[in-house]
Design a protein around this ligand. Structure first.
Ligand SMILES: [Zn+2]
Ligand SMILES: [Zn+2]
Length: 136
């Protein structure tokens, strides 16, 4: 289902999302024309494509770290390609977590705050960015 032509950008994001540095503190830049903040871990190169959405990804088991919003979510501005990749990665994570938990007869949850992590919508939220940028 890979329709996007910007594969390298998507691959970088996939790499990025599986690294610990997903939960690394990042400055939240409020700009009129936000750009994708997905980063490659080894080089720190930012994707930089025009962002289409703000994603809130729950920092599962790490949500008491610095640099997160009050809900313990990592807030990232993402371009279309990175958004698709991050969503896919989180979906895979959630499926895996749910499968592991069901084998043990438990419900998956964030060990830090207890938020259920068995469904994508409970750990991943997206707000589209309009033409005027972010509404505050
Ligand atoms: Zn991107
Ligand atoms: Zn949590």
């Amino acid at each position: 289902m890979a329709r996007s032509s910007s594969t390298s950008c998507a691959q970088r994001a996939a790499y990025w999302v599986f690294q610990d540095s997903l939960f690394k503190q990042k400055p939240w830049r409020r700009t009129l024309r936000p750009i994708c903040s997905a980063q490659q871990v080894s080089t720190d190169i930012t994707c930089g494509a025009p962002a289409v959405a703000v994603a809130e990804v729950h920092a599962i088991d790490e949500c008491n770290q610095m640099g997160l919003n009050p809900d313990g979510d990592l807030v990232e501005t993402l371009c279309q390609a990175c958004l698709v990749t991050v969503q896919w990665a989180m979906d895979m994570y959630v499926r895996h977590t749910r499968e592991m938990a069901s084998r043990c007869g438990t419900r998956p949850a964030c060990t830090t705050c207890g938020r259920p992590t068995g469904y994508l919508r409970s750990v991943f939220a997206v707000r589209p960015i309009g033409p005027e940028g972010l509404a505050s």
